[in-house]
Design a protein around this ligand. Structure first.
Ligand code: GDP
Length: 297
């Protein structure tokens, strides 16, 4: 279960402060020591932990909190507010093009869940937004990836555009955009090659695709279970390639949640969706406030 470890760690300290009729600065300090410990154990970026603890501490020892009738609950509310803020505040919606088709590019490292997530995202676009997406197999370096996307397309009844492995990704996208126009697909989701690391070829590919049509969204798919590595990958992709948002996969198996808590603050890009399982309906919009509630119980 996502965040289980962190939630468990925080429960004790929350229960203790909740019931207090009076809260002293020492109580807040003690609580924040435990919060800091819990966040570090959850693999949250150290700088993020430091800033978080400082912000909460400053607000919590304010006179309005200390003198209120329910100081313990106020302190917990501050922790919840700041956790929500840390994860991006409001839920971040999909950006659609004013004039269709909306172009969404999926990028990421191999094995992060990019192809699976392409199918899941198409599902959400159809069910929730009533859109009619075309999936584009632009991973020409791995024939199995094209097959995998075709299988997913078949399973979910989505058209998949492919020109095999001999045509360049930019040409595939160019023709896919034409096809989308003909067939009235209002969203085009491009499954780009999964990389082992960010390289020149990827940069060039993205540049070429951008020259055809600037994507409305560039989603980085990262594996939540890789913790701070996921955060570094997000920062790196954002600086070199430029992304508009993050999709964090495998949160269902991540008891720690360090990536979910750090990415927004470190990479400066919102988490838009989270993968919660292998099934095709296991993708959810990321709601920072709900996540914070889940963590705090
Ligand atoms: P790609 O190389 O990035 O395209 O990765 P794939 O889409 O092939 O996914 C790699 C593995 O991760 C597959 O076994 C997926 O079923 C699995 N996977 C993807 N997303 C999730 C998720 O949110 N939760 C879980 N538990 N598994 C996932």
């Amino acid at each position: 279960m996502a965040f289980e470890g962190l939630a468990e760690r925080l429960q004790g300290t929350i229960q203790r402060i909740k019931g207090k009729g009076k809260v002293s600065e020492a109580d807040v300090k003690e609580m924040m020591r435990e919060v800091r410990f819990a966040l570090i154990e959850a693999d949250v970026n150290l700088k993020v932990v430091k800033e978080f603890v400082k912000k909460v501490s400053e607000r919590a020892v304010g006179a309005d909190v200390m003198k209120s009738l329910t100081p313990g609950q106020q302190v917990i509310k501050i922790v919840k507010d700041e956790l929500t803020e840390l994860m991006g505040g409001d839920q971040s919606p999909i950006q659609f093009a004013n004039k269709p088709p909306t172009v969404i590019m999926m990028v990421g490292l191999q094995g992060a869940g990019k192809t699976t997530t392409t199918g899941k995202l198409a599902n959400i676009l159809r069910k929730k937004y009533n859109r009619n997406p075309l999936l584009v197999a632009a991973d020409i370096y791995r024939p199995a990836a094209i097959q995998q996307l075709q299988t997913i397309g078949k399973q979910l009844s989505f058209p998949v555009f492919s020109l095999g492995t001999d045509v360049s990704p930019v040409e595939i996208v160019r023709q896919a955009l034409e096809k989308a126009k003909e067939d009235h697909n209002d969203v085009v989701i491009i499954d780009t090659a999964g990389r082992l690391h960010i390289d020149e070829a990827l940069m060039q590919e993205l540049k070429d695709i951008r020259a055809l049509k600037e994507p409305d969204e560039v989603f980085l798919v990262v594996d939540s279970m890789t913790g701070q590595d996921a955060v570094n990958v997000a920062q790196n992709f954002n600086e070199t390639v430029g992304i508009t948002g993050v999709i964090l996969t495998k949160l269902d198996g991540d008891t720690r949640g360090g990536a979910a808590l750090s990415i927004r603050s470190v990479a400066q890009k919102p988490i838009k969706f989270v993968g919660m399982g292998e099934k095709m309906d296991a993708l959810e919009a990321f709601h920072p406030e709900r996540m914070a509630s889940r963590i705090l119980g």
